[in-house]
Write a protein that binds this ligand. Structure first.
Ligand code: SF4
Length: 186
């Protein structure tokens, strides 16, 4: 481990979003990638995103941690919220589920911090994500790094880096409902 750097467990939603976040954080932290995304549907899409992220983490010299793809837990948590719009209640539950697992693992494995790449997306409200991060930080007694990674051209930089590294960015957020929403628009 690089001397003097604190350990940060980075919840990563996919490789394209992780590119500029990793670039931004790596001078200050020793990073590990935590790929817990049971929201992603279907399984083939999950496997594609996991494979890309695993490979990107390897290139970046980071540990890659992939917990169980627990879709039952995700569907149980979001039941009754199927018709919520993107950014609504279902998404808040989805952020919380993924951040809780990240914090739980980080606390158990003696990381100094946890955070997530989720705020990189222009479709996601960083205030909501940070509010959930702060609450979970207290519950699990581990520091949360507040961020809005889309700012300072973070999203634009992720597009450049994704192109450089040949990473595929899908046109829907991840869950079956976001996929159906995109298909309706087409
Ligand atoms: S739209 Fe995205 S953040 Fe919202 S519930 Fe679906 S996968 Fe989760």
């Amino acid at each position: 481990m690089e001397s003097g750097k604190q350990r940060l467990l980075l919840h990563t939603c996919c490789a394209p979003c992780s590119t500029s976040v990793i670039e931004r954080l790596r001078s200050d932290f020793h990073l590990s990638a935590f790929f817990f995304n049971p929201n992603i549907h279907p399984r083939e899409e999950y496997e594609l995103r996991a494979r890309q992220m695993r490979e990107y983490a390897r290139k970046a010299g980071m540990e890659f941690i992939e917990p169980k793809y627990d879709t039952e837990r995700w569907f149980a948590s979001t039941r009754g919220m199927e018709t919520e719009p993107e950014g609504g209640k279902r998404c808040l539950v989805c952020y919380r589920l993924r951040l809780e697992s990240t914090a739980e693992y980080a606390a158990r494995s003696s990381y100094d911090y946890f955070t997530t790449t989720l705020s990189l997306s222009p479709h996601k409200n960083a205030q909501n994500i940070n509010q959930i991060g702060r609450e979970i930080s207290q519950e699990y007694r581990i520091k949360y790094l507040e961020a809005d990674f889309k700012k300072k051209d973070g999203f634009k930089r992720s597009l450049e880096l994704s192109k450089t590294h040949d990473l595929i960015r899908q046109d829907y957020c991840g869950c079956i409902y976001s996929k159906q929403g995109k298909e309706k628009e087409a």
